[in-house]
Design a protein around this ligand. Structure first.
Ligand code: SF4
Length: 363
């Protein structure tokens, strides 16, 4: 089996969903119309990866958006049977504009030259890897994945993972300290390059843009505490011919907030990853793969469900799960509502695959 780090997370979340949806299992894909909104994350990753490699980020994003547009139209036509309507296409266009605007704001905030800050320098970006994993019964599987990059902390020489994320709800620094995926990438770095990372530089982009402050009835600019930036606030004052001195209080607060590691638009945390966590992650991996193989070999008999009290809002096969649970005609649901998709969904990855020992770090 070739198991991605995301796939492994899916297995730990719910074996039933994993067996039916994963390319390691039945590889079912729902016939529901695909979400039109662009995967912002993919476009943002393309731009950030290109910048890290010293290439023009805008061109990389536009190329990614063009590919995404083509694939979205094709997938929609295939599933729905008719082309996307003009209104639906507009949703796609809005989403594309948002991806470019988010990156413009990101580089305005962090600069294109040293986006990770004065202390960090990229070593390489978009590391796509494959690592052989042998289970207790002697069977070899492969762990595959892509992480966003590695950087060196120049004052100390420590190596750090770089993890870009677009998000809608602010991440918590404490929760990131236990992040299973980041720990997995730390383990992968050790296997690939023999390097123990110190942690991960979490680089988050909130999916929203600064708001222009309102003009009050008396012509003044509102001092409401909204999601804006000092730069936009100053530009608005200049546009309205107003004196910055009269707004020194709010400008001072905004300047301070803009520099915080977490503000309304960006989150930049240093997440330390203890060596012990990395070791435990690596010890558990072959055991988990053994369990995955058992689920596949049992033809789903061992694919028991995991329905948490908070519900299964994150599951793409809720109708099928209900049919299995209630003893309904499962085959009919699969025939009518699903198709086989052995290729999985589009992800951002590098065409060069790195394997253990094959590509030493060039710091
Ligand atoms: S609905 Fe919940 S329990 Fe059922 S397959 Fe999906 S994740 Fe598992």
């Amino acid at each position: 089996m070739k198991v991605s780090v995301t796939d492994r997370g899916g297995f730990l979340r719910c074996r039933r969903a994993w067996y039916h949806l994963s390319t390691c299992g039945l590889a079912l894909d729902s016939n529901r119309p695909p979400a039109i909104a662009l995967s912002l994350g993919t476009a943002v990753h393309a731009g950030l990866g290109a910048n890290a490699d010293g290439k023009p980020w805008r061109e990389a994003v536009l190329e990614d958006l063009r590919r995404n547009r083509e694939e979205s139209h094709e997938a929609y036509h295939k599933k729905v049977g008719v082309p996307m309507s003009k209104e639906e296409d507009l949703v796609l266009t809005d989403s594309e504009k948002m991806a470019v605007a988010l990156l413009e704001h990101y580089f305005e905030h962090y600069t294109e030259e040293r986006p990770l800050g004065p202390e960090f320098r990229y070593i390489r970006s978009e590391i796509t890897f494959e690592i052989p994993v042998v289970t207790a019964n002697g069977v070899e599987h492969v762990l595959a994945g892509t992480f966003d990059g590695l950087a060196v902390h120049e004052p100390t020489g420590e190596i750090w993972l770089v993890e870009h994320k677009t998000y809608s709800a602010k991440p918590s620094e404490e929760a990131l300290g236990y992040d299973d995926q980041l720990t997995g990438y730390a383990w992968a770095t050790k296997m690939l390059f023999g390097v123990q990372v110190r942690g991960a530089l979490y680089d988050g982009l909130m999916k929203k843009l600064p708001i222009k402050p309102r003009e009050l009835l008396n012509g003044n600019t509102s001092k409401e505490w909204i999601d804006t930036t000092a730069k936009l606030y100053r530009a608005t004052l200049a546009e309205r011919g107003q004196d910055e001195k009269d707004y020194a209080d709010i400008l001072g607060r905004l300047d301070l907030r803009d520099r915080e590691p977490q503000n309304p638009f960006f989150t930049r945390f240093k997440v330390y990853i203890p060596q012990h966590s990395v070791e435990v992650w690596g010890q558990n991996l072959p055991r988990e793969m053994l369990d995955m193989q058992a689920v596949v070999d049992s033809k789903g008999e061992l694919a028991y469900p995991n329905r948490p009290w908070s519900g299964c809002w994150d599951c793409d096969m809720q109708d099928l799960c209900k049919a299995i649970q209630f003893g309904d005609d499962v085959d009919a649901i699969i025939r009518n509502n699903y198709h086989h998709n052995p290729h999985g969904h589009r992800t951002y990855h590098n065409d060069v695959v790195i394997r253990p020992g094959s590509n030493p770090l060039e710091v």
